[in-house]
Design a binder for this molecule. Sequence first.
Ligand SMILES: [Zn+2]
Length: 244
Amino acid sequence: MSIRRSALAVGLTASLGAVACGATTTTGAVSPAPIVTETTPAASVSASPSPTPTAPPEFTSKITKVTRDQVKYSWRPGCPVGYDDLRMITMTYWGFDDKPHTGQLVVNASVAEDVASVFKKLYDFRYPIKRMEPVDKYQGDDYASIDADNTSAFNCRAATGSTNWSQHAYGLAVDLNPRENPYVEADGSHAHSNADDFVDRPLKKPGVINAGDRVVEAFASIGWGWGGDWTGTKDYQHFSKSGR
Ligand SMILES: [Zn+2]
């Protein structure tokens, strides 16, 4: 009995180790194996705990309701959607460091599933994203969020250069890698100096979105348009349900 218990314990340790390996690059949980090898056939299981320790985890996403506290700065009474009509997507994204990360995006409840399906595609083809935090982390300051190269969606604000609500105020627009994909005025000017090298298109650099590429196609698969297709002003970071 004691041998069997020991084998079970080691087997459990090994499988827990294998889970940890999926998330990191360590190859732990191998050390108990030699002890078991001499005592029980179960050893063969624990002796090869993780044949693919470096394989990145699959994309995951979780959609949850948004609390008032989570949109303390970015939502206020009078916004065109109630915060109870918003959802938090907590999901995997691929980083510029070639590693998986977990980020959060606040969107309209009506598009949460669709948007998550787009980000699964981006993850699966390893499109790198610099940062993904709700704009509340920046006190709702769109300029600060963009300057930090933050990918975000909901923000109750007017459209740039307008008094009308932005599509972001409805949670129906996403800004993706805003430094690599700046908002460029018709005269070529732009507001963020850290985006100087990313104004022209086409441009082959990591995270840069070009006309007709697979990022644009991924959003088009849920019917969303790209700001890079606008005439005059170009908003290369911007995807929205309405196309505006
Ligand atoms: Zn936008």
